[in-house]
Design a protein around this ligand. Structure first.
Ligand SMILES: Cc1cc2nc3c(=O)[nH]c(=O)nc-3n(C[C@H](O)[C@H](O)[C@H](O)COP(=O)(O)OP(=O)(O)OC[C@H]3O[C@@H](n4cnc5c(N)ncnc54)[C@H](O)[C@@H]3O)c2cc1C
Length: 160
């Protein structure tokens, strides 16, 4: 009934979108944290697992993959930190938040996938946190607005 109306009639969409930038930033932050956790588990694992008589951490591919993941995580962290400061200052724009969400959730998925590969078959077993991390990562580029919708927002900000 009309007596139960919250706020102004016809303003529901505006109310809904008011917190979207903060929600998207929080998903981006979770993405960076998740990717960093994947890196940590993988660093431990590659030191203990041996193949062909040596720890798999000794293979150049392992070193390169983990160097790349850490670099991407650190760069993403710098951007989300900047966005948190903007949020606190009340200046975080929808496009800033869309960039953070798009980039960090895609990074989360990429990092989970690349780290999981270094676990070999164990990476497919849910007893290992990396398997769960991979499954959880898949949804983050969908909920809170898909990557495609984030790119649409960024393109609009570019005047396209
Ligand atoms: C686990 C989970 C939790 C969720 N929690 C919440 C929640 O708490 N609150 C809430 O409101 N919603 C929630 N959602 C919904 C979520 O936000 C939507 O699933 C998401 O926004 C995508 O919408 P859709 O599923 O309708 O996909 P669709 O809109 O049908 O999209 C399907 C595909 O088409 C693409 N697409 C759609 N429109 C365009 C376009 N304009 N240009 C280019 N490509 C396009 C999409 O990117 C996607 O690849 C949740 C979803 C999941 C999976």
């Amino acid at each position: 009934p009309a007596t139960n109306l919250l706020g102004e009639e016809g303003s529901g969409f505006r109310y809904l979108t008011a917190n979207l930038a903060q929600e998207r930033l929080s998903i981006a932050i979770t993405g960076v944290a998740s990717a960093r956790a994947a890196l940590g588990w993988t660093l431990e694992y590659v030191r203990e697992r041996t193949a062909f008589g040596q720890p798999i951490s000794a293979f150049q591919n392992t070193k390169f993959v983990l160097a790349e993941v850490r670099t991407e995580v650190d760069i993403a962290q710098a951007y989300v930190d900047q966005c948190v400061l903007a949020l606190n200052a009340g200046t975080l724009s929808p496009a800033d938040a869309a960039q953070a969400k798009y980039w960090c959730t895609e990074l989360q998925l990429r990092a989970a996938d690349r780290c999981l590969q270094l676990f070999g078959g164990y990476g497919y077993m849910t007893e290992y946190p990396i398997a769960r991390n991979y499954a959880d990562a898949r949804v983050t580029s969908i909920y809170g607005g898909t990557t495609e919708v984030m790119k649409t927002i960024i393109a609009k900000d570019l005047g396209l």
